[in-house]
Design a protein. Structure first.
Lengths: 511, 369
């Protein structure tokens, strides 16, 4: 056997939970081995143990047949393990070369950093593996896809041959994902071995040789990808049959509830992040604003909901211009908002669940009478929502929101917003970072709103979600809509081209 | 160490109680170490505490003299009451995410308003004048809290800067006014009329001639008001939402600026009442104050030690009241009162280091659970 990594019987506990329980994992020379599991299944913990960020209580690690004690990431680096973290660790005002050599700089004979030599090494590496980068460009000026290539080069520069990729495609466009897959193949052909942490089945099918599935800290099974299929993997991951198909009702009649015309919103630097923005949102329809992160989506959401003032244009909601009204007025008119950052905007994390359930309605009867909170009514209401929306927690309505899992936090927000039965539900990245079970539930809730004849305005970065959930897709690029298409006719490739600004699509006539 | 112990110290809820207790214990340990280094008898610290807080004089055990003296309990409460109020003041603002460094100045303005009203209406009966004096004191603090709140909300001026400045303005304004009042000497005003006095012969009698006064009723009402507003009202819900998470509060349509103004204003009210207690209870005249007396600053620590809750501020106020009350007793035993100040300061430092203490607790808790 040509195992470069063998993790035997790894057990890692945290207070109250067992993150890894007797997990076995091995990586063969020259393979791409996917590590699949929901959030909290223990993937990251397992890899953190391998990378030396955590110490396992039990079990042993063998690298190329030799038992090792990986006390910290420096040891891991020394024995050839490299990791690309989900959030890149780059110094933004240094150049690509400087970032790559940082910490292991080549020195000249005066013991000064030899940038020239470093640059030459970077160029050589980037040519060898087909990782095109401009070695002199600053990190802050390059795309996310290129930043990822820099991270990969960092590992290669340190002579790592066991490469861990943590959710590498989360931030990439479809085209960039294709490029990444090619790069990973190149790496394997050059003798590297790769561990790919992911929860996306499609990627595993496309690139991995084998796949180990983790669930609740336990190793469920390791399978040959070629002999498996997505639904089998999904079932292993979740522990039950998953139905990701959404059955949407046919709805013929649509009424426009929100008309956005020539809207502009400035970002925190005072630049126009959204400009000349037009959009119609109709009843019984899920309109999705799709785009690469950072193309004005956040500012648009804040402009529509009132968190940031609009600098120009109009938003007409149910026949009334709301661009200058207060947040609460918009909420009371029937604007539901599932915010993009649930911990920043969606929940007061130190409140318990019941206090969060009335965050939009605490001041109204029956929750408040004459300025006094009515705790029984709040509790009763919250208990009902917790039950109905299956928000799982240790102490029901009295649980601190902070202790909920991400999926249950999101369910609580959805319960609160959907139960108010808003005329328009704005859902910003409602499934970001959630596991399959929660995604399934949230998608169904959103479709149920649409089927009830409500309007839904969805913001999503996940193409799969965009395509499966929406009726209409409006692609945003640099703050403008560059194309509106029917979800039925849209393809991933076409969306990718629109999203990257390479192509302009058709726009409806906005009067 | 047993697993249940580890789970206990790792639990966030328990840590809220554990961290202040650890800080206090460490503060006393520092004090004791310094006493040992200075070749002072550390035992006196504890006899002073027994005497200052419980009125028990250990020296008299076994002699014919009475071991128990209620006067010490009375004086201990007298020194604690203003600290409880300033503690409530700081805690109230903190719960809304604001740091009120200005309780010091708000206390002074409370004192000032009380003394001016007390001396301006000498003929009024007690049932009218005493409530007026109390309301005036509350108003003085309220105004001094409103100003930083308004500046914060309107122009985003940091409340810490404004309140520090207002402390000085308050100090000099108080001294100038006190000296200008008719009949004042260079250090004090004339005595206030009896009708404006919080003191009582009854309370004084039962505590062996201490200065204990009716102010404790004001303190009890203030503590309950704090608790009620914070936990039972819609307004308190908004305050806490803003304090915990400004963005989520804004998202929910809560007027963050309005709440900031109200929180600072009411915070000032609590501190202003402390001023009334000092002027019309502890003393019965207005004083010229050469320098800050640290009621406000000790209130910050009382609030921090008490986790910014109503009951916590009471406990914090009592602790620092005790450390103040034992100073003269220690001095009588040849121990410099600075030791008590060192202990107070050390507790402040350890409370300020609570994140460090927390991470140590987490480490103990996490190693194995």
């Amino acid at each position: 056997m040509n195992n470069v990594v063998e993790m035997k019987d790894i057990t890692k506990r945290f207070p109250g939970i067992i993150a890894n329980s007797h997990v076995n994992f091995d990586l063969r020379q020259g393979e791409i081995h996917a590590l699949l599991g929901e959030n909290g299944a223990g993937k990251s913990t397992l890899m953190s143990v391998l990378f030396g960020l955590y110490q396992a209580e039990e079990g042993e690690i063998l690298i190329r047949g030799e038992k090792v004690d990986i006390k910290d990431p420096n040891v891991a680096t020394k024995i050839g393990i490299g990791m690309v973290h989900q959030h890149f660790k780059l110094v933004h005002n240094l150049s690509i070369t400087e970032n790559i050599i940082l910490g292991v700089e080549p020195k000249n004979r005066w013991h000064q950093v030899d940038l020239k030599k470093g640059r030459a090494q970077v160029v050589a590496l980037s040519e060898k593996y087909g990782l095109t980068v401009d070695p002199d460009e600053l990190i802050e000026n390059i795309t996310v896809g290129m930043q990822q290539r820099v991270e990969i080069l960092k590992m290669l520069y340190r002579n790592s041959n066991i490469l861990i990729f943590d959710e590498p495609t989360a931030v990439l466009t479809p085209q960039e994902i294709d490029d990444l897959i090619i790069v990973m193949r190149n790496l394997v052909n050059e003798g590297k071995s790769i561990i790919l942490i992911t929860h996306k089945l499609k990627e595993i099918m496309a690139i991995a040789d084998r796949c180990t599935v983790l669930r609740r800290g336990e190793c469920i099974s390791t399978v040959e990808v070629a002999k498996s299929n997505p639904s089998e993997l999904a079932e292993m991951m979740v522990g039950r049959k998953v139905n990701l198909d959404l059955n949407k009702k046919e709805i013929d009649e649509h009424k426009t509830v929100m008309k956005i015309r020539n809207l502009s919103v400035k970002d925190s630097k005072g630049l126009d992040a959204v400009k000349n923005f037009n959009l119609d949102v109709r009843t019984g329809e899920i309109m999705c604003v799709a785009g690469i992160d950072g193309n004005g989506q956040s500012e648009l959401i804040q402009g529509i909901t009132g968190l940031t003032p609009c600098s120009g244009g109009t938003i007409e909601f149910l026949g009334k211009e709301i661009q200058n009204t207060k947040i609460r007025e918009r909420t009371e008119m029937g604007l539901g908002h599932i915010p993009e950052d649930r911990q920043k905007y969606g929940l007061v994390m130190d409140f318990d669940i019941k206090e969060n359930m009335v965050l939009q309605s605490y001041f109204k009867e029956p929750f408040s009478t004459h300025g006094k909170l009515n705790k029984e009514a709040i509790k009763e209401y919250s208990d009902r929502l917790v039950e109905e929306y299956d928000v799982r927690s240790s102490q029901g309505s009295d649980t601190t929101s902070r202790s909920l899992s991400g999926g249950n936090q999101q369910k609580a927000i959805i319960a609160r917003e959907v139960d108010r039965s808003p005329a328009l539900l704005l859902a910003a990245q409602p499934t970001r970072g959630l596991d399959v079970g929660a995604i399934e539930f949230i998608h169904k809730s959103i479709v149920a709103e649409r089927d009830k004849g409500k309007a839904v305005l969805l913001f999503s970065l996940e193409l799969e979600e965009v395509l499966s959930l929406s009726d209409k897709i409006a692609v945003i690029y640099e703050g403008e809509i560059v194309g509106v298409l029917d979800a039925k006719d849209a393809t991933e490739n076409e969306l990718g081209l629109l999203m990257s600004g390479a192509k302009k699509g058709d726009l409806p006539d906005y009067e | 160490m047993s697993n249940s112990f580890r789970a206990y110290v790792g639990n966030e809820k328990h840590q809220k109680v554990l961290i202040p207790i650890i800080s206090i214990v460490l503060g006393f340990i520092v004090g004791i170490i310094i006493m040992l280094f200075s070749q002072l008898n550390a035992g006196y610290l504890f006899t002073a505490l027994l005497r200052g807080v419980f009125g028990i004089n250990t020296k008299f055990i076994g002699t014919s003299r009475s071991v128990f003296n209620a006067r010490y309990i009375g004086e201990f409460l007298v020194s604690s009451m203003p600290l409880i109020l300033t503690g409530l003041s700081v805690a109230f603002a903190y719960r809304c995410g604001l740091f009120n460094i200005g309780a010091e100045g708000q206390v002074m303005m409370g004192s000032l308003f009380s003394i001016v009203v007390a001396l301006s209406f000498p003929g009024l009966p007690k049932v009218i004048l005493l409530p007026m004096v109390v309301i005036a004191g509350a108003l003085g603090g309220t105004i001094w809290g409103f100003i930083p709140g308004l500046l914060k909300a309107k122009y985003n001026v940091h409340e810490v800067v404004v309140t520090i400045m207002l402390n000085y303005v308050g100090l000099y304004f108080l001294n100038w006014t006190v000296k200008s009042l008719p009949g004042s000497s260079l250090v004090r005003t004339v005595d206030i009329p009896d009708a404006a006095w919080l003191g009582s012969d009854f309370l004084s009698d039962i505590t062996n001639n201490s200065r204990l006064h009716w102010g404790f009723i004001i303190v009890i009402i203030a503590v309950y008001a704090f608790y009620y507003i914070m936990n039972k009202t819609t307004f308190g819900y908004e305050l806490r939402a803003v304090g915990f998470n400004k963005d989520a509060a804004k998202y929910a349509g809560i007027n963050v600026n309005k709440n900031a103004i109200l929180a600072m204003t009411l915070s000032g009210t609590f501190a202003g009442l402390a001023g009334t207690l000092l002027t019309c209870g502890t003393f019965n005249y207005g004083r010229v104050i050469p320098a800050f007396e640290n009621y406000g600053f000790n209130g910050i620590v009382a609030a921090l030690v008490g986790g910014n809750t109503a009951i916590g501020s009471v406990l914090g106020g009592l602790l620092f009241g005790a450390l103040q009350a034992i100073q003269p007793i220690m001095q009588a035993n040849g121990i410099p009162r600075e030791i008590a100040i060192i202990i107070t300061s050390a507790i402040i430092i350890f409370v300020a280091m609570q994140n460090g203490i927390k991470s140590v607790l987490n480490k103990i808790g996490n190693k194995e659970a």
